[in-house]
Design a protein around this ligand. Structure first.
Ligand SMILES: CC(C)(COP(=O)(O)OP(=O)(O)OC[C@H]1O[C@@H](n2cnc3c(N)ncnc32)[C@H](O)[C@@H]1OP(=O)(O)O)[C@@H](O)C(=O)NCCC(=O)NCCS
Length: 152
């Protein structure tokens, strides 16, 4: 994957993005949810391409001084090749220099792979939202990572 490239998401990416979203989550985001994040000034929407093929994306938004990682998925055939890790590195680099309190996200309790990945980026489990996911009543783990200032 020598030609892997990370850039800002555009409206014209949404067909590919929603295709990956639909194959990745039991309750995928709607097209409108992505459009709304793309039009928000407080949000960062990134995609990763391999040879011009869109293979993954990340969506995050900042409110009350905290970055909320809202959505992250990689095309099935590109998983376990450090693509999500590269996206996360890029995101932390982009946002790390700004003043903020830290990063948070919610993840399904059963999503062991994602939890392991977030832990390797310094996230820790800071709470549980009981029955958070409407499709199967699964709990969400709330994960937190301090800002670079606090880590230093
Ligand atoms: C979770 C997800 C984004 C990871 O993307 P990825 O590009 O495969 O992740 P990486 O290759 O960067 O993985 C980094 C590390 O995380 C851990 N990890 C990632 N996926 C894992 C899995 N399925 N099982 C176990 N460990 C896993 C491993 O430690 C991995 O390092 P290794 O491959 O050297 O062992 C991807 O599996 C995905 O899109 N899943 C469906 C959507 C989803 O669950 N998103 C997260 C919602 S919060």
């Amino acid at each position: 994957m020598a030609d892997m490239r990370i850039r800002r998401m555009r409206l014209s990416d949404l067909k590919d993005v929603t295709r990956i979203e639909d194959m990745s989550f039991p309750k995928p985001w709607s097209l409108n949810a992505f459009i709304s994040q793309l039009s928000s000034e407080s949000s960062v929407c990134l995609v990763v391409e391999d040879d011009d093929r869109l293979i993954g994306y990340l969506v995050a938004t900042q409110y009350v001084g905290v970055w909320h990682l809202l959505d992250l998925a990689i095309h099935e055939s590109y998983r376990r090749r450090s693509v999500a890790s590269r996206l996360l590195d890029h995101f932390f680099e982009m946002t790390g220099r700004q003043q903020h309190r830290g990063y948070t996200l919610e993840v399904r309790k059963s999503n062991r792979g994602a939890i392991k990945m977030y832990e390797s980026f310094g996230f820790i489990c800071s709470g549980i939202r009981k029955g958070y996911y409407g499709d199967n009543g699964e709990d969400a783990l709330i994960m937190w990572r301090d800002s670079e200032d606090m880590l230093a």
